[in-house]
Design a protein around this ligand. Sequence first.
Ligand code: ATP
Ligand code: MG
Length: 455
Amino acid sequence: MTFDIRSVKSKIFLSYGGILILVVIFFNATFYYFAQSYFYKNTIHALKSISLDVFADDIQGKNLTKGVALAIHKYEFSIRNVYIQALYKDKIVLKSKNLKDYELPRYRPKRDSDIVHVKANNISKYELIMYSTMIANNKNYTVQIATTIQEEKQHLARIINMFIVGDPIFIVIMLLVIYKMLQDILKPMNTMTKTAREISITDLDRRIKYVDNGDEFAQLAKTFNKMLFRLQSSFNQVKRFSQDASHQLKTPLAAIRVQTDVALKTNRDISDYKSVLRSINSEIIYLHNMVDNLLLLTQMDDEIVQKSFKKVELDTVLINAVEEFVLIADKKKINLNIEDIERTIIKAESTLVSVLCSNLIDNAIKYTPKDKMVSIELKENKITIEDEGIGIEKKDIDAIFDRFYRVNSGRFEGAGGYGLGLSMVKIIANLHNAAINIQSKIGVGTKIEVIFPTI
Ligand SMILES: Nc1ncnc2c1ncn2[C@@H]1O[C@H](COP(=O)(O)OP(=O)(O)OP(=O)(O)O)[C@@H](O)[C@H]1O
Ligand SMILES: [Mg+2]
């Protein structure tokens, strides 16, 4: 059981403990006060009822002697020690036998009757409570009735003892219960702290376990997990970019280095230098495009991009993309067949949709032999790009959307690439909630459809 004074648990525990002690003290004091006044009132009530007995037969004080004598007879040896004494003016005229040779302190009430506490050591070592009352019709007579409040004091002492023994036990038990409750309530917090402490950059996929009961801790855990998710995806993006970049940049950079090394070794003709520079330049363009593509792939944060969606004329975007490839297709003697292009408005990020179209057209032209045809169509929110190319085997169809996946890299002459195009197509389609269908047959061709949602 660790107890850190700065912890929330300790603070709640101490405050609760303090309040508990105050409540117990208050309860004890109230109880003691009421018990004491109950006993006191009871005693006074008893004394008064004895006095009523004394005066029961007393009409105009005539039978006082008889009344006192009867009362003395009735009460002097009762369980409670009752001492009775009658005064005429200040003289004792009657007294109960249990007073023996002693007497009650003579006391004439200031009003008709009075209650006083008196000490009469020779009668009782305990304090006496004495009720003195004047006879209504003859105020020279006073009747004094006294009793010890020993029993009541004992009861009260017992109550105090009970408090002295019971309170600490009760408080300790309550504090233990509170401590256990606090431990249970704050357990999720400790688990969270522990997990958060354990999570390092290498295991950002860990999540905080929690019971989803809607309480503050569950909310906190959820928020924390969401934050971890965001951290993880940002970290993965950075990681992915650095891995991909270092992997993909290695070869072209090595090629550039070899070429410059060779070119610098001996003096050469200007034409040689030009040819090396041209080669380096094309490598640089290549590298430039690839870095752009890699960045685009890693920077795609769905929520941010989706917020920037605007109404886009899909037909215009598609036609612009096709135009980029007209020369290339011509050069390759591929027949670009533009079929129906319907006016289509979608909600999208136009640059990304353009990247999607370019990549699909690029593939269709790249993987189609010369003199064959590539058809492009846009109808009912659906872009269809069909080629008469080499086709893709069924087993590869799912994998071609993975990053860096290329079917037998060198299977088609002149079709260089990184295996990044379709992974971008997939990410962009998902971002736009667009569906991709692909049908392909080896040696016959490939048909890819991208269906955008209507707005
Ligand atoms: N129209 C197609 N016909 C035949 N094979 C295709 C076609 N489109 C894609 N593929 C196959 O799928 C693989 C993955 O395509 P993807 O566009 O992702 O990469 P890439 O074209 O090889 O390189 P990059 O697009 O990065 O320059 C390709 O290597 C190719 O084998
Ligand atoms: Mg491609």
